[in-house]
Unconditional design. Structure first.
Length: 291
């Protein structure tokens, strides 16, 4: 790993440009994945006139600015979302390197951030969270956990200590100490918590409040954060972000109280915060729970 403070400004430019290029691919994923279309074929083309876009049309952010958000061939306007996703992905790549250093861990964090970007826009457009994004985050969580176990051994595992049988009868008395990976326990706890919340409030309000995509995403984030304070703070952040955005949308009359507002984007934003700033956010939140 190369510490972020050892990188000079050309390195940061390369990192941002690389992230923006990945963001260009994410735009393809966001559009094609919900429709179950190939991510590679056909090549990028204008959705209005069907003309295949050339290299000069696909420079992240810059092409959108130079072409004033329009197709070079038919003049139809493009959504500014394309440039926003590219710019945001570039900045998130820089943020991952800044917080984690230049190494494999930063790559894993950036991969999760990319998956969460896809979650935000697909859930906004189609009210679904693709299973592929959840699987990507889950795999990264398992790999992170394997890395920690190789470095720290049983210190990274979660231990369960249980006694069976009265101590007065040694012949039937048993004591067990079981170790389980944090990622697996975290995934089960995360999915279980959100599954219970979904079931409870659906029964209480007699209408769906969250989908199974939200439950799966919570499980994947649990694999990353573990079942402890990290996931607890992630849960609180998701609720806070959801409440703030929902109130703002209703106040601006973009949505009404009866409209369904997807919770996946709120969970994704909270996940980004935890991936990039957990060491700052977790102590800051937990200080309000000191007795």
């Amino acid at each position: 790993m190369i510490p972020s403070w050892d990188l000079n400004w050309p390195a940061w430019v390369v990192i941002i440009l690389f992230g923006a290029a990945v963001g260009s691919f994410l735009n393809v994923v966001i559009y094609r994945l919900p429709h179950r279309q190939s991510l590679l074929h056909p090549p990028s083309h204008c959705r209005s006139c069907g003309t295949r876009l050339r290299a000069l049309d696909l420079i992240p952010v810059l092409s959108y600015v130079l072409l004033r958000g329009r197709c070079r061939y038919c003049g139809k306007s493009f959504s500014p979302r394309y440039a926003i996703v590219e710019l945001a992905t570039g900045l998130l790549a820089a943020a991952a390197v800044y917080t984690c250093g230049l190494g494999l861990y930063a790559v894993g964090v950036f991969v999760c951030l990319c998956a969460l970007i896809v979650v935000i826009y697909v859930d906004l457009d189609h009210m679904i969270i693709p299973d592929e994004t959840v699987v990507v985050i889950l795999i990264v969580g398992l790999l992170f956990d394997c890395r920690q176990m190789l470095q720290q051994g049983t210190e990274q595992l979660i231990s369960f200590h249980e006694r069976f049988g009265p101590e007065l009868y040694p012949e039937i008395y048993s004591e067990y100490l079981v170790y389980l990976p944090r990622s697996i326990v975290g995934a089960l706890v995360g999915a279980g918590v959100f599954l219970f919340i979904t079931w409870f409030f659906t029964a209480l309000m007699r209408k769906p409040v969250m989908g199974m995509g939200d439950v799966k995403l919570a499980g994947a984030m649990g694999a990353i954060l573990g079942p402890g304070y990290g996931f607890f703070v992630y849960f609180l952040l998701s609720i806070i972000i959801g409440a703030v955005i929902s109130v703002a949308l209703i106040a601006l009359r973009i949505r009404s109280r009866r409209d369904y507002i997807p919770f996946g984007p709120m969970m994704a934003l909270a996940g980004m915060v935890m991936l990039l700033a957990a060491d700052i956010v977790v102590p800051l939140v937990l200080q309000f729970y000191r007795i």
